[in-house]
Write a protein that binds this ligand. Structure first.
Ligand SMILES: N[C@@H](CCC(=O)N[C@@H](CS)C(=O)NCC(=O)O)C(=O)O
Length: 104
């Protein structure tokens, strides 16, 4: 079966370190939703110091959101939006960087 970004997005595990009141987190979630993502595992770093420590250790950053697509660290909202503009986001959501995008 041919993968499309839409159906692949549902099979791509996305983890987002967030806090409840975080405009950049909302923007990141809205952008991912617009690209067909239906499920995001959110880790609220305000609720758990262990989660905050994990995020900082894993990413080297302390701002939220911090977004992972599978094991790939995308970064924050700015990084996500830049990846979207470059066309990388669609490839990552499709599950393979090496997969050729359909020619239009
Ligand atoms: N350029 C970052 C900005 C992220 C950002 O400023 N997030 C706020 C919450 S919406 C934050 O973590 N503030 C706490 C801090 O700067 O230490 C991005 O695009 O993700």
């Amino acid at each position: 079966m041919t993968k499309t970004p839409d159906n692949a997005a549902m099979n791509t595990a996305i983890t987002m370190y967030t806090t409840e009141h975080c405009p950049f987190c909302s923007r990141a979630k809205a952008l991912l939703a617009a690209r067909g993502v239906t499920q995001i595992t959110e880790v609220d770093v305000d609720q758990s110091d262990a989660a905050l420590q994990e995020m900082m250790q894993r990413t080297g950053r302390r701002t939220v959101p911090q977004i992972y697509i599978g094991e790939r660290h995308v970064g924050g909202f700015d990084d996500l939006a830049a990846a979207d503009r470059r066309g990388d986001l669609a490839r990552w959501l499709a599950g393979s960087e090496t997969m050729a995008l359909p020619q239009t």
